[in-house]
Every structure is written in structure tokens, then in C-alpha cells.
Design a protein around this ligand. Structure first.
Ligand SMILES: Cc1ncc(COP(=O)(O)O)c(C=O)c1O
Length: 390
């Protein structure tokens, strides 16, 4: 049990709290449902603060930018666990990364990326393993035509093609969609193996497992994962790895934000919180009509009232929840929003209004670690070299 009262007293709000025990339980749960055959790859973009704690829990890390590489590198995450991915790979960064000659793999997201990777591998006399990302019909990955062009011309001295990567989106709860994708991929891999007399060792597949964030959502995850396993089990002759972000990270995270003002007008009771939609990102546009799972501190009995929970941004859109019915609120009360471990801290529009970034805390057993203090974004939004009269 996380002692939120203690955290509040010591660190205040707004803040994120990531609980490592919950994270471990979550990964163990996914592994127990999916079985040992499927290695997990953690998509660092979901939350870099918990990456180091996943080192012994997942087989690999999917790294999509120079920044993500630097974070994982400085955390001492083994290069042997890194898949260098991303739709834009610049030469300088790739060359810098290639100096670490123990990087596990790179992904190829375009024909130009293939050319870049091959030329750098040749230049540095350093063969590299790659996965070619097959597009699902968007700006990511290569077309079948480009993939086959690469298979025809690639230089086997420098490029070792291990397999295919495929990711078509997040929050996928349709089993038939996953079935369709797996059928397409297995059939296409078989065609490629025949046509090019090659062996495709691996499929790195992003299933985009969903997280159900709101009260009233109903989803039998156990049954869903059992069905997904059955679909994956039909893939023969290829190692399948599963790239996941949201499903691994979401449940371990909490976002703490406190009531700083309250007002009532003809449209309702408005509550101003010290956080806002720049910090709290679940998925998609729910227009704040759904109520996320939350706790309210301190515990207090009272009759219920209806409120609109607003953040502290200067935009009419800054609603965390509209029409929430909850006990009587007072200045200083704190909402603990649950399931914010994935994407909230990375996807938020955190520079808007030059508000400070929240603190980030890790709960590791009884220990609470401040892993990022408040950061002032006013410095980031500040125009340097402007003459200011004294
Ligand atoms: C290539 C790739 N793999 C995996 C993921 C993680 O997706 P999710 O968080 O839905 O598991 C993403 C997310 O954008 C992605 O782009």
C-alpha cells in the first residue's frame, strides 16, 4: 500500500508516483498469461522513469529517439537489450550509437534508413542486426515493395536481417484485428521466405494491448489475453516478441493534484486543481465525460456534490472530469488519479502556460525516491538574446 498521505506531506502536488511493486506484478501477470514463449520488449516512450527497474523483467527496450537512447544509456541499461527504432534516425546519432558495437538491433523504417544503416555499418566495419518494419498503412515502416527491394539488394556482409517488426496502433481490444494482422504477417513471412530463399527468424509485434481507464468500463483482460495467446501460438517457425508500452506501465502510476480554488456559477461547481490536462493523459478525446479511477484524500465522510474538475491552464479545454459526483471538496483536498504510468508524463502538453513540471516519485517497497524534482518550464519558454531595458 502506498502511503499517499506521507508522500503529500513530504512532496506536495502536482506529482507523479510510480510504484515498482505494482509494475513488477503487472509484468509477471502479463508473462503468466502469455507464457514463456513470448519475450517482452518495453517501449521506453511510455515512461522512461521506470525503465531501469524493468531491466531484469523484459528482454529488450525499444528506443525511438536520441533522447531515449541517452536516458537508457545513462541508466546503464545493457546495449545488448536495445532495439534502436524510430521513424527518424539521423546520421550523427546513429553513428554515435553504432560506436557501441554491442547494440542488439536496429529497425529499418524506410528505404533511406536502410541505406543509411548499411552505409554506416560498412564505414565502421561493423555488421548490424536489423528488423524491417512493415507499414500498417501510415508513415511508419516500409511498403511490401520497399521491403522486397531491400531483401533483393542488401549487403549481407553488413546487414543481418533478423525479421519483421509490425505495430499498427495502441488500445487495440479487437481480437479479430489482432487475428487479421497475425494471419497477414505469417502468410507474408512465408511468402518472403519462399520467394527470397531466406529464413525470417523473428516477428517483433506490437499488439497495442488496451488499458481500461474509466469507471464503468468493463473488459475481461484474462480472457482477452488467453485468446491473444491462442492467436500467437499459431505462429510457427518464428520467434515472436511483443513490444508493449501502455499495458506494462499504466497501472503502476498515480497522479496527485490538489484543489486550489473553487467557485460556483449558473453552470455548476468548478474546482481548480494545481495540475491539469498537460499532466494527465489517458487516451484519446473523452472530453472529460468519463470518470477515471481515483482516490480522494483525506478520507472524509460527507454528502455528495457534483463538480467540474478543471486544471490550471488558460484554456477552456482544461477539464479533467466534468460532472463528477463526490464527497464535499475543500481547498487542499487531493485527487489521486490511477493508471497514469504510461504516456501521462511523456505525452502531456507540459510547456503550455510555462507551468512547472510535476515532481516524479518512485515507490520501491517502503522507500520513496524523488527521481525528478519540480522543473521550471519558464526557462524553456524564455526567449534568449532579447534586449531588456533595465
Ligand atoms: C513501434 C511501437 N511499438 C510499441 C509501441 C507501444 O504501444 P503500446 O503503448 O500501445 O503498447 C508503440 C507506441 O507508440 C510504437 O510506436
Amino acid at each position: 500500500m502506498i502511503d499517499f498521505t506521507k508522500i503529500l506531506k513530504e512532496y506536495g502536488t502536482p506529482s507523479y508516483v510510480y510504484d515498482i511493486d505494482t509494475l513488477y506484478q503487472r509484468v509477471d501477470y502479463l508473462k503468466s498469461k502469455l507464457g514463456n514463449r513470448y519475450d517482452l520488449v518495453y517501449a521506453v516512450k511510455a515512461n522512461s522513469f521506470i525503465a531501469k527497474h524493468l531491466e531484469n523483467k523484459v528482454a529488450r527496450f525499444e528506443i525511438c529517439s536520441p533522447g531515449e537512447f541517452d536516458i537508457c544509456d545513462q541508466l546503464g541499461i545493457s546495449h545488448q537489450k536495445m532495439v534502436i527504432s524510430g521513424v527518424y534516425k539521423d546520421q550523427e546519432t546513429i553513428e554515435r550509437i553504432m560506436m557501441n558495437d554491442d547494440i542488439l538491433k536496429y529497425t529499418v523504417e524506410s528505404f533511406r534508413q536502410y541505406q543509411l544503416l548499411e552505409s554506416l555499418a560498412r564505414k565502421h566495419h561493423h555488421p548490424i542486426h536489423v528488423l524491417i518494419r512493415l507499414t500498417s498503412g501510415n508513415q511508419f515502416g516500409v511498403s511490401e515493395e520497399d521491403l522486397e527491394e531491400i531483401l533483393t539488394i542488401y549487403d549481407k556482409d553488413w546487414i543481418l536481417i533478423d525479421g519483421i517488426e509490425y505495430f499498427s496502433g495502441t488500445q487495440k481490444h479487437s481480437l479479430s484485428r489482432i487475428q487479421k494482422e497475425i494471419t497477414y504477417l505469417t502468410e507474408y513471412m512465408a511468402t518472403l521466405e519462399k520467394r527470397y530463399a531466406i529464413e525470417i527468424e523473428e516477428l517483433e509485434y506490437g499488439p497495442g494491448f488496451p488499458v481500461f481507464y474509466y469507471q464503468g468500463d468493463s473488459f475481461d483482460e484474462e480472457e482477452f489475453l488467453e485468446e491473444v495467446k491462442k492467436i500467437l501460438d499459431t505462429v510457427e517457425n518464428h520467434k515472436v516478441t511483443l513490444e508493449l508500452g501502455r499495458s506494462i506501465a499504466a497501472t503502476c502510476g498515480y497522479y496527485l493534484t490538489s484543489v486550489v480554488d473553487m467557485k460556483t456559477n449558473q453552470y455548476g461547481n468548478y474546482v481548480i486543481l494545481d495540475g491539469g490536462i498537460h499532466h494527465l493523459v489517458y487516451y484519446g478525446q473523452t472530453m472529460a465525460m468519463k470518470v477515471p479511477h481515483y482516490e480522494l484524500l483525506p478520507e472524509r465522510d460527507s454528502e455528495s456534490f457534483d463538480y467540474h474538475l478543471c486544471g490550471s491552464l488558460c484554456t477552456i479545454n482544461d477539464f479533467l472530469v466534468k460532472n463528477i459526483t463526490t464527497r464535499k471538496l475543500e481547498i487542499g483536498d487531493t485527487f489521486v488519479f490511477k493508471n497514469v504510468g504510461a504516456y501521462s508524463s511523456t505525452e502531456g502538453i507540459s510547456l503550455f502556460l510555462s507551468r512547472d513540471l510535476p515532481k516524479v516519485l518512485l515507490c520501491d517497497g517502503d522507500r520513496i525516491l524523488l527521481v525528478r524534482d519540480t522543473i521550471k518550464t519558464s526557462a524553456i519558454n524564455f526567449p534568449n538574446n532579447v534586449e531588456v531595458e533595465e
